[in-house]
Design a protein around this ligand. Sequence first.
Ligand SMILES: Nc1nc2c(ncn2[C@@H]2O[C@H](COP(=O)(O)OP(=O)(O)OP(=O)(O)O)[C@@H](O)[C@H]2O)c(=O)[nH]1
Ligand SMILES: [Mg+2]
Length: 393
Amino acid sequence: MSETCAPPGWDEAWSAARRAADPQALFLPVRISAAHRGAYHATSGADTAMVELRGRHYRAALDKRALPAVGDFCLVSGWDGAVAGAGSALIEHILPRRSLLVRRAAGTATAPQPLAANVDVALIVTSANSDLSAQRLDRYLELVRDGGIAPVVVISKIDLAADAEALLAEVAKLMPGVPVVATSAPAGLGLELVRAKVAPGRTAILLGSSGVGKSSLLSALTGGGQRTAPIRAHDERGRHTTTVRQLFSGEDGALWIDTPGMRELAAFNEGDVAVAFADVTELAARCRFADCQHRREPACAVAAAVAAGELSAARLASFHKLSQERARDRERADAAAWAAPEPPPARPAGRPFGGPSARSATSAAPRTATGKPSPGRPASRPGTRQPSRKRPG
Ligand SMILES: Nc1nc2c(ncn2[C@@H]2O[C@H](COP(=O)(O)OP(=O)(O)OP(=O)(O)O)[C@@H](O)[C@H]2O)c(=O)[nH]1
Ligand SMILES: [Mg+2]
């Protein structure tokens, strides 16, 4: 296919993946550009249309990670009809992903929810006025690293900071090894620094609480007009203005995915707390006990580092919080593995989002399958166990 009508972000490696999946080139490659409830928009580079998954693919899905996500490259049939407005094109293949951002779905214990696929850079946006939370940043960082994506922390609304330099230094200290950039959408500050992180053809996703200014930043970066709304005056929270995960392209060919502010945020997968907390793990290697919990154990190198001011107490608290969460996840997974399989859930209501083709895509979406979590190893509750394994020597 010619470069001019390739889906955004397409490259030689995707061409090879397409040849492997569809040697006779029967289907057209497109990229999922927006994920609605049970329905998707995709772009071929030239046109945009509705696409939907075949029923047998839904039924074969072990969990939602097998369903399309914004950013996925898919091979579809029936594209021309869909572009002409006659229903939706059918997804025949989802090409193997380079990265996948997954979180636990809001309101459920362990169901994984794919947020976006084939993302290269994640912009974790925190605003200079009121949003700074070490715990929240750590959670985003873990989510992003679990997904195999490079993180960048963006301090938005830097025009509102009383002391921008001090804030930058504080965030840099909280996030060792992660690039930190400050921006102001209305003043156009820091935009070039952000653009420099995302080369043409690469894909970045904007993550962060509602109201931190993700859509404003995206509009400033791309020259587009994403809808934004003022935060609430009484508590400075956002109004969940953006409701769809959607792909945009900048003039330089970089690609940006805007996302709704997340209410509940928990990384889902077998990712390792140790990766997100490499500094704690490194110190822990010097604790006397190999299974030290870094609470009140003797000769704990982590506690010593906190006492010496080398590690912040807030960072250790984040580490404990995430470790506990992981332990609870493992306990839930163990319990679920023993439970009888549940009956399939009723088909989701599937809100139409405009146009007859959207309705047909939603109503045609069969139920989403749930998968049984893989059994994890039983975990003892952190903080309740005494250290036992003294290091040799
Ligand atoms: N002073 C200032 N205000 C900003 C900046 N960026 C965004 N805002 C304002 O913050 C409010 C929220 O911005 P949005 O871009 O809608 O925030 P969002 O993160 O996309 O919010 P959701 O879509 O709800 O997740 C709007 O009133 C913006 O004008 C900035 O850099 N400086
Ligand atoms: Mg928004």
